[in-house]
Design a protein around this ligand. Structure first.
Ligand code: UDP
Length: 238
């Protein structure tokens, strides 16, 4: 019911790697479809949804530059990778009947819309899912920072960061079985203890704008809907 609904507008951030399934690279269409269904489920409750998808399944700027490429060129390639992921997600969502716009920080008019804040807000009001692509449009940033920026601009109530694990741990739970999950952790603690949530610029921007970050697992079916209702395990950074 409406009474139970805690959120009107949110941003879902997923890494590019979330779209590659068990492959080591690229896009796995059944996985894209599975995540699109999670989004559809929440959308059908009337929640306005923004999305930011990373590009790490295709190309990462830092990796390119470590191999001798010029950093800014490599970062632009990373931003282009996020556009491919955004188009894949748009296709999957529209197959499910969810109206979607891909909105790029770098204009590429034949493929998607350029970012115009007021226009994006209007799309959300009309219940179109907005997928923000090409990161912030600037090298040296990440899609986590882009997610924090767009969520702030769109007045989202929170960022939901879907990952492989169900929250933020004091150490990597995949490597350390005794790792402890936080229910709630402050921005300062994330920064001071170098907890693996988002990079420092993204955390600092979220702190400045009082934007909560909810870290949850995308692996459980129905997880996104449950987390929005406050069910299941997650970590809130606020
Ligand atoms: N990128 C960038 N500026 C941005 C966002 C992304 O230069 O505002 C580039 C950067 O090279 C990054 C790549 O795009 O490595 C892919 O984004 P990210 O690593 O954040 O993707 P994820 O790890 O979430 O899949």
């Amino acid at each position: 019911t409406d009474e139970k609904r805690r959120y009107d507008r949110v941003l879902l951030k997923i890494s590019g790697e979330a779209l590659m399934g068990d492959q080591g690279y690229g896009l796995h269409p059944p996985t894209v479809d599975r995540i699109a269904r999670e989004v559809q489920e929440v959308h059908s409750l009337g929640v306005e949804i923004c999305m930011v998808i990373g590009g790490g399944n295709i190309f990462r700027g830092l990796q390119g530059s470590a191999q001798g490429m010029e950093r800014t060129t490599a970062d632009y390639m990373g931003m282009l990778a996020t556009v491919m992921n955004a188009l894949a997600m748009q296709g999957a969502l529209e197959t499910l009947g969810v109206h979607t716009r891909v909105i790029s920080a770098i204009p590429m008019d034949q493929i998607c819309e350029p970012y115009i804040r007021r226009r994006a807000v209007r799309h959300l009001e009309k219940k179109r899912v907005c997928i923000f692509a090409a990161g912030t449009g600037n090298p040296y940033f990440t899609t986590d920072t882009a997610a924090t920026l767009r969520a702030s601009e769109m007045s989202c109530q929170a960022i939901f960061k879907g990952t492989k694990v169900d929250g933020v741990y004091d150490k990597d739970p995949v490597v350390h079985p005794d790792a402890v999950r936080y229910d709630k952790v402050s921005y300062d603690e994330v920064l001071n203890k170098h907890l693996n949530v988002m990079d420092a610029s993204a955390i600092a921007l979220a702190r400045t704008n009082n934007l909560p970050i909810v870290v949850f697992s995308l692996e459980e079916p129905g997880g996104f809907r449950g987390i929005l209702a406050g069910e299941g395990t997650f970590t809130e950074v606020s």
